[in-house]
Design a protein around this ligand. Sequence first.
Ligand code: BGP
Length: 458
Amino acid sequence: MKYAFPDNFWWGSASSALQTEGAREGETTWDYWFAREPNRFHNGVGPQHTSTFYQNWKTDIQLLKQLNHNSFRTSISWARLIPDGIGEVNPEAVDFYNQVIDELNEQGITPFITLFHFDMPMAMQEIGGWENRDVVDAYARYAQICFELFGDRVLHWFTFNEPIVPVEGGYLYDFHYPNVVDFRRAATVAYHTVLAHAKAVQAYRAGHYAGEIGIVLNLTPSYPRSQNPADVKAAHVADLMFNRSFLDPVLRGEYPADLVALLKSYDQLPACKPEDGFLIAEGKIDLLGVNYYQPRRVKCRDSAVNPQAPFMPEWFFDNYEMPGRKMNPYRGWEIYAPGIYDILVNLRDNYGNPRCFISENGMGVENEQRFIENGQINDHYRIEFISEHLTWLHKGISEGCNCLGYHMWTFIDNWSWCNAYKNRYGFIQLDLETQQRTIKKSGEWFAATALNNSFEKE
Ligand code: BGP
């Protein structure tokens, strides 16, 4: 069967500044943490060892072209542009991002730019990071500077990438700096991130720029083990905490009332100011990026909560391992392609069918060298993964979902937050020794699909 996509569908991939650029000047929390606890990073490989995009941007953009990308998302590094977060703008950073943006446009590849992809300037973290409202203001200033510098040539902006991840990693589950475990502080970080987002949207609107502004959220559909009311309730709470805590403010301009009530009843609400509500209402977006990797399966708790243990989302559900689920064993994530369709249908039916696109989807695989045939990685499993997800995406579009494109994570194999180069995601293989780039089979498959705006599958 042939799966054809709408005209002007966005075909591309996503990456981020910290994971690709290398050679950074402004210190981020990642540099700081790595210098102190290198053991927390896979094989002790830190954020300075990335895929050298800072040196190779021009030839890398040629490779994007070869993959027939018509769009590409990356981020600006706040710490590179404004090393101390709040002071002087670094002119070399301005030159670098200008060159990248201009070259992308020249090559017919529309730049999609994220303002914050997990990379907090250390100077901002030192004053409390997202727990401090001064950092919210500093971020709003940084966003405004980016709009002024690049807004004439960048028409698709994203305030944050997966803003729930620094909340989970840094304040609940100990996989990002500052390794705090404290729900109320986590809720404050999440809340201030929403305020920062809204301030950036406000600044963008005030500047009357020609483009649009949105956010990228990792939406993990919450599937209950069964339709038993206890399981359904567990899935509902997980959905409130991990999806709707950002989805509702950015699409509806307000928080779900039952999330607020729940946190209030456990005395976990962040400090709010009366004027915050107006600001959040102004943070509604033009375009939603959806990152989808895995579903969340939950069931009601089997045991009573230990009231001495820290308050956690898991007070309300247990994670559920569905028998027969298909796994990506390298990353430990379930592969469930219909999830992409369920997300789109939920957006269509419950959120007014917003303009959206899949901004990340992907499969990290270890030791891909074993698949080399005639000098090229034959990643047939990745082609299978992409085409399966695309068939569900296609079904969503054919049923009226407003999905405008599909971007893969990622372009060239890159450094990952705690896994360094353990799992490879790229369309292009990176030789870490020589920095040589070689297109994988999936890259060729994707290039053909983008060119034809369609693909064939049984
Ligand atoms: C997303 C992030 C990316 C990327 C990807 C793969 O959550 O936006 O930055 O890293 O996941 O995940 P990982 O690198 O943890 O395997």
